[in-house]
Design a protein around this ligand. Sequence first.
Ligand code: NAP
Length: 254
Amino acid sequence: MLITGGTSGIGLAFAKALAARGCSLVLVARSRDRLDSTKHDLEAQFRVECEILRADLSTDQGIADVSQRLGNVESPIEVFVNNAGQGLYHQLATTDTQPLVDGIELMATTPVRLGAVAGAAMKARGHGQIINVSSVAGWLASGTYSAAKSWVTVFSEGLAGELAGSGVTVTALCPGFVRTEFHARAKIRDDAFPDAMWLDAPTLVRDCLADVEAGKVISVPSVTYKALSTLLKVVPRRFVRSGGVVTRHRPPAR
Ligand SMILES: NC(=O)c1ccc[n+]([C@@H]2O[C@H](COP(=O)([O-])OP(=O)(O)OC[C@H]3O[C@@H](n4cnc5c(N)ncnc54)[C@H](OP(=O)(O)O)[C@@H]3O)[C@@H](O)[C@H]2O)c1
């Protein structure tokens, strides 16, 4: 099992859930210290092998290293969790376009490149599962983050269709707010939303893995977000754009 962003939040919850099933792991992230400590903790708690691969997935080298591991026929990857990411909030009307380009690379291009390579390797073997971590934000109108997550969801649907009947499943996980380090890292205020809107990562992952087993292409967690995502697909877009369905992202906390 290979999990990008497996040292924190949703990725770490996938690592624990899969380790609890006795699966060996490959964890990908940038921080060497956190990779080492996560490996140590998971091996001690679950008695599974945990390989670590330090890679920055905003770079070609990082993508190449992870692609190589995904394609390794000696030690094949049965489940690929395409998860690493961060919040993207930047003015859209700007001359400083590099942050927009960098964000799109990490959140849209990288998942497509890695998902494509994993899909090819699994197709050749005739089995495997790909989980692309997207978001309900893909049905919102919140700048490049929404656009990138929409991209990931639609890419997942396309890949699932292309691989149908090959023994490989593809699932886009579309959570709402999940309590992880994501919001603090992106300096997003997380105190403006009611507790009922928040999901915990272990429950999210448990439900997602059940959806994967059921062959679902899109996995939306919880009754609240199932209802919200259904609503977002039917209400007029002008209502979505106005922020009437879900509050737009909040400015950074002071
Ligand atoms: N939390 C939410 O409310 C929420 C909701 C919907 C979707 N999501 C999505 O869920 C995914 C995981 O987010 P999370 O909430 O679990 O966030 P998190 O707790 O901040 O974890 C992010 C993980 O990704 C790794 N990472 C970040 N940038 C990376 C890079 N350039 N190269 C390699 N690894 C990188 C981090 O490790 P290093 O920093 O060491 O690299 C960390 O392991 C993201 O795709 C996010 O968009 C989150």
